[in-house]
Design a protein around this ligand. Sequence first.
Ligand code: NAD
Length: 455
Amino acid sequence: MTSSDVVILGGGPGGYAAAIRSAQLGLSVVLIDEAEIGGTCLHRGCIPTKALLHAAEIADAARTAAQFGVNATFDGVDPEKLYGFKNTVVSRLHKGLSGLIAALGITVVNGRGRLTGPTTVEVDGTTITGRSIVLATGSAPKVPGAIEMSDRVLTSDQALELNRIPESAIILGGGVIGVEFASLWASFGTKVTVVEALPRLVPNEDVAISTYLERLLRRRRITAKTGARVTAVKSDDEAVQVTLESGDVLNADVLLVAVGRAPRTVGLGLEEIGVTVDGGLVVTDDELRTSVPSVYAIGDIVGGLQLAHRAFQHGIFVAERIAGRDAELVADAGIPRVTYCHPEIASIGLTEEAAREQYGDGVETVTYDLAGNGRSQILKASGAVKLVVDPAGAVVGVHMIGAGVSELIGEAQLLYNLGVKAAEAARFVHAHPTQNEALGEALMAVSGAPLHLHG
Ligand code: NAD
């Protein structure tokens, strides 16, 4: 029997952040994972996808080089090198993370853990005891019951290991994963059709962002079928066939199922020891404590945004609380959201619709088109920055689309989380020429003093 201050189940961004901070604060830690430390984010999510998306950007740069007076041609993709590049990035980061965990004296146990009591976890017949237990088991792709997986019907897990560029792809789900894969495959020459059940792509974003995205993806010859329902999926050695309720029949090389991710909470012994689970999600109080006081839950198994950086903050927060420190959590609305498709989407706070529901008619908005921003013109980046301001003048929503806008979310998150008034922020100087000036222009415009804004 091993005993420690903190036992953490799951070594993804939530679990390993909790482990690192606990160890830094002098606590003894056991970190249990059945796979490699780093979780979905490092091995099957954020990092490998963004590595492929960076390569996609290079393909686009080569393809469009002539527009900038540079002679270059896009001659195709070498899948072995492409996937090799992605794997190298992942393995370097994994090595670095493993080194950090070892240096901090964290005990890593490889195996599948199961709670057997409020302070005990069993792994392969061995009981591990912890004064506190942190559940951080993450999520896995959802697959509708009617869809049978095959070599051609993939989730993002398999798509990241495909090791070839599909000739054509149907993507089920026009949320974050759906549009990121649509974007990267289209850059590599795949003919992409996205099928989204709701009336617009990225339905969690402000309506204006979906409208821009649909237009900009159309320009990239990505087809989006919104408000579309699938009635049948068939696949064989040759192709996959998807039938829509409208009667349309789509054929492609592969189908990517990207309809959300489900929390991984089955078979952990949660209900048996009294941890309340609702619809697969672990129920917690505001301090991420479950119905069993010694057990905390963090990350994707807790209802809300499923984002690696939310899991990081959860992990740090519970470690500090377990160590007896004061700590505060940023609520989900204050967590930056970035979709790394081309063009990128970055947002924080409330959509216009949500702000109007909360604050009524006194809500002001302004949309600054990147066409007026010098740096964006140089980069040939189309898009916009939209600000939502409450009746008191505070910035309650920032919604951006365009190549490079992910880098603007840092300022946006300060505006939102510190409750800064737009007029106050508008007096600050934004370096010229940067895309950041678009945010500055939007702040000036919404405060009634636009500079480079027509009409
Ligand atoms: P999502 O919830 O973002 O999108 C799923 C989409 O599928 C929704 O738009 C939904 O309306 C649609 N859908 C559901 N059932 C459908 C059906 N039967 N037919 C057609 N459409 C259907 O989920 P996701 O894209 O799978 O991503 C999962 C989670 O991972 C999300 O919470 C996402 O935020 C997170 N994630 C984040 C990033 C990032 O931060 N860049 C990247 C990847 C994933």
